[in-house]
Design a protein around this ligand. Structure first.
Ligand code: ADP
Ligand code: MG
Length: 393
């Protein structure tokens, strides 16, 4: 019986999402060539990823500086690799520098090298990453963390390829393509004068914005399938399958750590999995099972205001909230509508009117709505029985 529209929209939507990824998006030429669903090792078919691939394709053959922005784990470093590998520089090195992880003084010598005796402990001279990347690409990760002093030095390299090693007097010149990345809002940093405006514009000649995973949920089944295959073929781990329920939960989760979090979780599940070699809903960590609107169990497990880029159906959600509140009041009042109206601080006639409308909408004038299908916000143990929640006539 279909009592009310809202009763289990989650279950239906989950199915749609799963199907969308496998059927709606055809494989691209790159995929067919590489045998991988995506581009240059970056898995994804969502249109936001297609836009990323398109930029990578266009920019790879040039020397343009690229600024990749996006939350942690969205694949910024993969984009740098893709650009490098598709450029004529691929015969030389791609050198990463993780600017956030290294203290300022060390970072300077890391990037530009130092002369012998430049500072305490500099017992011999050292070649910096820019020199190592000569003819190739340098990947400056977490560029937003770079100190003002180094920002000046970097600006100069960007402008004419020149720099001096720490403690050195001779100027060195390199031919390096720069790809920078940040998970910070650099515009804000510029406004707060923490990041140089001239450097910002010099870096973002070609901006690439990586979408968070929750904004391309259709790609989640694809990524899951890819990683499960990859863990087997590349890491020699057993080949695991996943149930539709578990996949539904993964698709619904909001993934604050993005693809990295998904990848690590799957590896953990496979490594710790049992001999059955199937990932089931109950194997997933509680925070995944408890959160997400598209819960595979059909439960309404996050509040309706906790929605994301996918958006919601406003009227349906509002009706759903109203239904739950009324159901609760009728439960407490044991079906006494006058008492239920008092509990809700509503006129009795207002409540009666609402109940009448709901019956009409649900077209259940002759049958009983399935109130039991109203899962409480925070998942059971449910005390209600369908008997208690029966809509009084
Ligand atoms: N679209 C994707 N396809 C396949 N693997 C991905 C994708 N995005 C990220 N990863 C994987 O997730 C991890 C984090 O990616 P990374 O590029 O380091 O992210 P970021 O630099 O944005 O933090 C890496 O192991 C990477 O291989
Ligand atoms: Mg990174």
């Amino acid at each position: 019986m279909r009592a009310f529209e809202f009763v289990s929209p989650e279950t239906e939507t989950t199915d749609e999402v799963v199907v969308a990824a496998s059927e709606a998006t055809p494989a691209t030429v790159d995929e067919v060539e590489s045998g991988r669903p995506g581009f240059a090792g970056i898995i994804g078919r969502h249109r936001s990823m297609q836009a990323v691939f398109d930029i990578v394709r266009r920019v790879a053959g040039t020397n343009a500086t690229v600024l990749v922005t996006g939350e942690s784990g969205t694949g910024k470093e993969l984009v740098a690799q893709a650009i490098h590998e598709r450029s004529r520089r691929r015969l030389q090195r791609l050198v990463p520098v993780h600017c956030g992880a290294i203290p300022e003084d060390l970072l300077e010598s890391e990037m530009f090298g130092h002369e012998r005796g430049a500072f305490t402990g500099a017992i011999c001279s050292r070649v910096g990453r820019f020199r190592l990347a000569d003819g190739g690409t340098i990947f400056l990760d977490e560029i937003g963390d770079m100190s003002p002093k180094l920002q000046v030095k970097l600006l100069r390299v960007l402008e004419n390829g020149m720099f001096e090693p720490v403690g050195g007097i001779t100027t060195q010149c390199v031919d390096v393509r720069i790809v920078a990345a940040t998970n910070r809002n650099l515009e804000e940093a510029v406004a707060d004068r923490r990041f140089r405006e001239d450097l910002y514009y010099r870096l973002r000649v070609v901006p690439v914005e990586m979408p968070p995973l929750r904004e391309r949920r259709e790609d989640i089944p694809l990524l899951v399938e890819w990683f499960l295959g990859h863990l087997h073929s590349a890491k020699g781990l057993p080949r695991f399958e996943i149930t539709d329920d578990a996949l539904g939960i993964l698709t619904a989760y909001h993934w604050p750590g993005n693809v990295r979090e998904l990848k690590n979780l799957l590896e953990q599940l496979v490594v710790l999995g049992d001999t059955e070699r199937v990932i089931r809903a109950e194997h997933l960590p509680p925070q995944l099972r408890g959160g997400g609107r598209l819960s595979a169990t059909g439960g309404w497990t996050t509040p309706p205001w906790d929605f994301d880029q996918q958006g919601i159906d406003f009227y349906r959600e509002m009706a759903s909230i109203e239904d739950r509140i009324i159901a609760r009041a009728l439960h407490i009042s044991r079906g006494n509508k006058k008492e239920a109206a008092r509990l809700l601080n509503l006129n009795r006639t207002t409540l009666l009117e609402k109940l009448k409308r709901k019956r009409e909408v649900a077209n259940v004038l002759t049958t009983q709505p399935d109130w039991a299908a109203l899962n409480p916000l925070v998942v059971p143990p449910s005390v209600e029985t369908s008997e208690d929640l029966r809509l009084p006539s």
